[in-house]
Design a protein around this ligand. Structure first.
Ligand code: SF4
Length: 334
C-alpha cells in the first residue's frame, strides 16, 4: 500500500544564516509561516484518503528546530494529536545539525517525532565554510550520534557541486555519511537560484556549477556506494515545481535526474558484466528487475545505442528474481 504523507514547508524567516545556495531570504517575504490551522487542514484533507493511515506528517524547510520555540511547539502540538489518534504513524522533521541537543530531543520525543533529517550538505569543513553553512562536519557527527542514541530514525542530506567542492570531497562526504549509518539519505546536486550568493559567484565567473552530465556521473557513484552499504536513498535531485524553475539560474537541475543516474548505473553494470564474462558480439538479452527496464534501456534508448556501438544488439528483459542494481546477460536467441 502506498501511504499518503502530509508535507508542510516551514520557512525560516528569522534564519540568522545565509547559506550560499539558499534563497529563503528572497522568498521569505512572500512565504507565510505555517500555522496550526494549516496543519489541521492538511491532515484533515489527507485523512479522507484511506491510504493516509501509516503515513507521516512531515515538516520540511531545513531548520525546524531553529524556528522560534512558540511556533515550533504549536506546530508539533497540532500534528501530534493526529499521531495520538493513530491517523498518522509519526512526525518527520528536517533541521540543521547545530540545532539538535538533548533538550530538543526531549521535546521531539514528547510530540511523537519519529524521524529527523539533518542538512549535512558536506563533511568537508572548508566547503561548509565557503558556503556559509555556519556549522562544521563535527556538528553533523555529534547530532547524528545523539539522534540515533535517542532512538530517532536518522536522515542525512548531502549536496554535490557546492562552491569549492570537488567530486573527491563529495565521495569522502558519502564515506563519512556511511560511517554514521543513517536510515535514509537525500542527495541534491547544487542548483544556483536567483537571489543567492552562488548566483553572484556564478555571474562573476568565480563559481562554475556542475553540468547535469557531471552531476549524474557523480551521483550514480554515490547511489551505488549507499546501495552497497544498505542505506536507502530516498531522493536524488531537487523536486520539480516549487520555486526551482522560476528562480533557476544555472546548475544541475533536471526533472528526471534520478532516472539519468540510474541509466548510468545500469550501463556501467552491463559493461562490467561483459568485461568479466566476455560475450560474442551480436544479440544479447539483459535480465533486470521489472522496475529497472527503463533504467537499463536509458533515456531515449541511450544505453541500447551505446551497446549497439560496441556491437551488441541488446534486448532488456524483466526478471523478478534479479535484485535492484544487478543484472544478468546471456547471448541466447529466445
Ligand atoms: S539553508 Fe541556510 S540560510 Fe537557508 S534557511 Fe537553512 S540555514 Fe538558513
Amino acid at each position: 500500500m502506498r501511504h499518503v504523507n502530509v508535507g508542510l514547508f516551514v520557512p525560516h524567516n528569522g534564519c540568522p544564516h545565509q547559506c550560499s545556495f539558499c534563497n529563503q531570504k528572497t522568498i521569505s517575504g512572500h512565504t507565510a509561516q505555517v500555522t496550526a490551522e494549516d496543519v489541521d487542514s492538511a491532515a484533515m484533507t489527507a485523512i479522507k484518503n484511506p491510504d493516509s493511515v501509516g503515513g507521516e506528517i512531515a515538516f520540511f524547510g531545513g531548520s525546524f528546530t531553529a524556528i522560534d520555540r512558540k511556533t515550533m511547539l504549536e506546530l508539533l502540538s497540532a500534528a501530534y494529536k493526529y499521531v495520538e489518534n493513530k491517523s498518522f504513524k509519526g512526525i518527520r522533521i528536517s533541521t540543521r545539525p547545530d540545532a539538535i541537543d538533548n533538550e530538543i530531543c526531549d521535546i521531539l520525543k514528547r510530540y511523537g517525532v519519529t524521524a529527523v533529517e539533518l542538512g549535512a550538505q558536506s563533511m568537508n569543513d572548508k566547503v561548509l565554510s565557503m558556503n556559509r553553512r555556519g556549522h562544521t562536519a563535527n556538528d553533523v557527527v555529534n547530532a547524528s550520534n545523539l539522534l540515533k542514541s535517542r532512538g530517532f530514525e536518522l536522515g542525512l542530506q548531502m549536496m554535490t557541486g557546492l562552491y569549492g567542492s570537488t567530486d573527491e570531497d563529495s565521495i569522502e562526504t558519502a564515506e563519512k555519511i556511511i560511517e554514521l549509518q543513517p536510515d535514509t539519505v537525500r542527495i541534491y546536486p547544487t542548483v544556483v537560484l536567483e537571489g543567492t550568493q552562488l548566483a553572484e559567484l556564478y555571474r562573476s565567473g568565480e563559481y562554475v556549477p556542475q553540468t547535469i552530465e557531471n552531476a549524474a556521473d557523480l551521483c550514480a557513484k554515490l547511489l551505488m556506494m549507499f546501495h552497497k552499504n544498505n542505506i536507502k536513498v530516498i531522493r536524488t535531485g531537487l523536486h520539480s515545481g516549487g520555486n526551482v524553475e522560476e528562480g533557476f539560474v544555472a546548475g544541475a537541475y533536471h526533472p528526471a535526474f534520478k532516472e539519468l543516474c540510474d541509466g548510468k548505473i545500469y550501463l556501467t553494470l552491463a559493461l562490467d558484466y561483459i568485461k568479466r564474462n566476455p560475450l560474442p558480439k551480436g544479440r544479447i538479452n539483459i535480465y533486470v528487475s521489472p522496475s529497472a527496464i527503463s533504467q537499463m534501456t536509458g533515456q531515449k534508448k541511450k544505453n541500447i545505442i551505446a551497446l549497439a556501438e560496441l556491437g551488441y544488439d541488446a534486448r532488456v528483459i524483466a526478471d523478478s528474481t534479479i535484485p535492484k542494481y544487478d543484472l544478468s546477460i546471456r547471448n541466447e536467441i529466445l
